[in-house]
Design a protein around this ligand. Structure first.
Ligand SMILES: Nc1ncnc2c1ncn2[C@@H]1O[C@H](COP(=O)(O)OP(=O)(O)OP(=O)(O)O)[C@@H](O)[C@H]1O
Ligand SMILES: [Mg+2]
Length: 340
């Protein structure tokens, strides 16, 4: 069905209970992914992108835990499934691609053995059937000489081929949902472009929904239909890709867009957002971005803005779009590290 919602994450909170205190890695995140569409999640390092993906698959390491929220996939709340039910979904119905292929690939198995395993376990294929399917998928993701690669170990392959092998593994069961966590960041630009092209083709052929995580808005522009921008564990803006690029509302999104290199600009120096992301244990009062924001007023320091609709299908969490902002007191916009 067109526009069918495949995944709906509602008010997700994932915390890490460390000896030094609680890290609110994901702090009330909601979004949805439609069938056959790509949702981009962008934001600087540490804003909670990977932890969001790992929460969906329930792959969090101790001391991380989903403490609240709902993750509804095809109508079922993944958070209430048993570990066995979850295992049946992981790697098959929902699969994940990591930035570093060595996280997913096993150095002591051949590519063929580890990719076949997915089909033997999840689809009950015979080794012969699995071999045919794996070689077919390797060639589909652009691995040259797939028969030869089938017999090889990971370490003899180049980074690009390793990444493709991992993508092949993630796609073998024709997943309904693919979580791609910075899948091309470690690759050179030519291979990056090929892999993005490949993901687009696969989405077209298999109607796969994709959650594409990156800190690079340029990459997301190529691939995503919708975008959420995260900052310090929260979504600060959410919109269809074109609206977000043409009319960004949150100062953080505006900053990220200004950081993109432009071919038509004369500037030789790239823009950077001043200040730094709050550390994991920093509790910033009000809007978490206010310490870096050029439009900061007293209300931004005092109260956290909620995500609200600023145009049809376009949401932002910024006081500037509310009436209260106009009457609030201006304060110095020098970046500072607040301690309260
Ligand atoms: N095992 C852990 N223990 C404590 N805190 C953690 C742990 N793993 C992640 N965090 C914290 O969770 C927050 C979100 O991390 P996450 O890995 O999701 O960031 P990210 O947006 O994926 O960043 P990057 O772009 O660097 O991959 C960070 O503040 C991080 O310090
Ligand atoms: Mg990450």
């Amino acid at each position: 069905m067109e526009n069918e919602v495949l995944l709906q994450v509602t008010d997700l909170h994932t915390h890490f209970f460390t000896d030094d205190g609680v890290v609110k890695a994901v702090d009330g995140v909601s979004f949805l992914v439609r069938k056959g569409r790509t949702l981009g999640i962008v934001g600087e390092s540490g804003c909670g992108k990977s932890i969001t993906a790992l929460s969906i698959l329930r792959l969090l390491d101790h001391p991380g835990r989903v403490v609240a929220g709902e993750i509804r996939f095809k109508g079922k709340n993944l958070l209430s499934l048993t570990e066995n039910e979850m295992r049946a979904i992981r790697g098959c119905t929902i699969s994940i691609i990591f930035q570093d292929p060595m996280t997913a690939l096993n150095p002591v198995l051949t590519i063929g053995d580890q990719l076949s395993e997915v089909l033997l376990v999840h689809q009950g294929m015979t080794p012969h059937e699995a071999r045919i399917a794996v070689i077919d998928m390797l060639s589909r993701v652009g691995v040259t000489e797939p028969q030869k690669r089938f017999e090889q170990y990971v370490h003899v392959l180049s980074g690009g081929i390793q990444q493709r092998a991992m993508i092949a593994m993630a796609l073998l069961c024709k997943p309904d949902l693919l979580l791609a966590d910075e899948p091309t960041t470690a690759l050179d630009v030519t291979i990056q472009a090929q892999i993005l092209e490949l993901m687009r083709d696969i989405q077209h052929d298999l109607e796969t929904s994709i959650v594409f995580i990156t800190h690079d808005l340029g990459v997301i522009a190529e691939l995503a239909h919708d975008i959420v921008v995260m900052y310090a564990g929260k979504i600060v803006e959410s919109a269809p890709v074109r609206k977000l690029f043409n009319d960004p509302r949150h100062p953080y999104t505006q900053g990220l867009l200004k950081c993109l290199p432009r071919l038509d600009a004369d500037e030789t120096e790239l823009f950077t957002i001043r200040g730094i992301v709050p550390g994991p244990f920093d509790v910033v009062a009000g809007c978490a971005y206010h310490t870096r924001c050029r439009y900061v007023k007293s209300i931004c320091r005092d109260r956290s803005p909620t995500l609200e609709e600023v145009a049809p299908g376009h949401q932002a969490a910024c006081w500037r779009s509310r009436d209260e902002y106009n009457t609030a007191e201006p304060i110095s916009s020098e970046p500072s590290t607040r301690e309260d």
